[in-house]
Design a protein around this ligand. Sequence first.
Ligand code: NIG
Ligand code: FE
Length: 405
Amino acid sequence: MLDLLVKNSNLATPQGNTPKIGATQGEISIENGMNIGIKDGKIAYIGRDMPEAAQMHDAEGCLVTPGLVDSHTHLVFGGFRQHELAAKLGGADYLDILAGGGGILSTVKATRAAGFDELYAKAGGFLDDMLAHGTTTVDAKSGYGLDVETELKQLEVVSKLQKEHKADVVSTFMGAHAIPPDYKQNPDDYVDLIINEMIPNVAEKNLAEYCDIFCEKGVFDAVQSRRVLEAAKNAGFGIKMHANEINNLGGAVLAAELGAISAEHLIASNEQDLEALAKAGTIAVLLPTTSFYLGKDFAPAKKMIESGIAVAIASDFNPGSSPNFNLQLSMTLGCLKYGLVPPQVLTAVTLNAACAIGRGESKGSIEIGKDADIIIWNCPDLDFLFYRFGNNQAKNVIKNGEVII
Ligand code: NIG
Ligand code: FE
């Protein structure tokens, strides 16, 4: 007997375990009046019959999708940066604020000063809210420590959340997020510290699955990025890269060459970048709220899909360039600013996003055998979910087969 049957679902889901590329990104299954059966936290039945179940949940003909997967967040941080709003309105540029010792570096100060319990409670609170907005799986990057102790503290927070929080969290080490002030004159020494101390420590303690780096003017150049990512690869990490966010330093081509699972941002990308990413099968993780919040261009998502790149969309939740974790907003921007249609964007925040963090086998679609992470939306159909914005449209959240909201 099933544990739970979700009946009368207007079910919209991509299908499969691998990234959807090109035309297939928009090919999803949409079927009304479906019943979804769950057993032991996994999807065990999909169809129009009513198999026996211990519990019944009526979706009342609402839209039902897989739980959203946020494949790029900076979840654990101290403080906030509301003071940067006035600076921005006064014309200050994101990278100038960072070069002046603010931006990421001001969050580094606050994160170093914060205790473990404080960071844990704060990040856990964010995850609670993300779940309430339909996000059931989250990538969490470190990178606000920039010293061995604080990077480990952030990753230990992620590790405890992995064990204790209902949301699923994937851990990404990002010690290469900025050059710490004490290394301003000799940034290569900081790269050495990452390679010789941080990566071995994180690997030995098994605190992260992926390693990411911010390849950007005034941060890490392509030579430094190659050194860090090769060391990470050799230590057994999957690799990711913040590439071409503001300036193109060759990050996307490097990510492709090194076989990164994903390259993120990619706003300042050219034809050569797209060709390299497509050839390598590197997933493009695009972050529309960051473009919106920084007043920058939007990544060429349509062109990417046409070039044969699997596109994922994520929130980039962080206290500076995207202080928002509501993926529903990113989804609407995915339509209005990238010009993608709802089925393409749904794939971008479910299956392709799951693949971007190595979870394509278990998440990202509603299919038999996958984790029962399911959202019932206050929406009659898929278009409605993308058309409304600014309000939370998640009605019920089912996580690992349990109706938690
Ligand atoms: O993805 N670009 C680097 N990292 C983040 C911003 C982090 C911050 O501003 O605190 C991003 O945009
Ligand atoms: Fe980011």
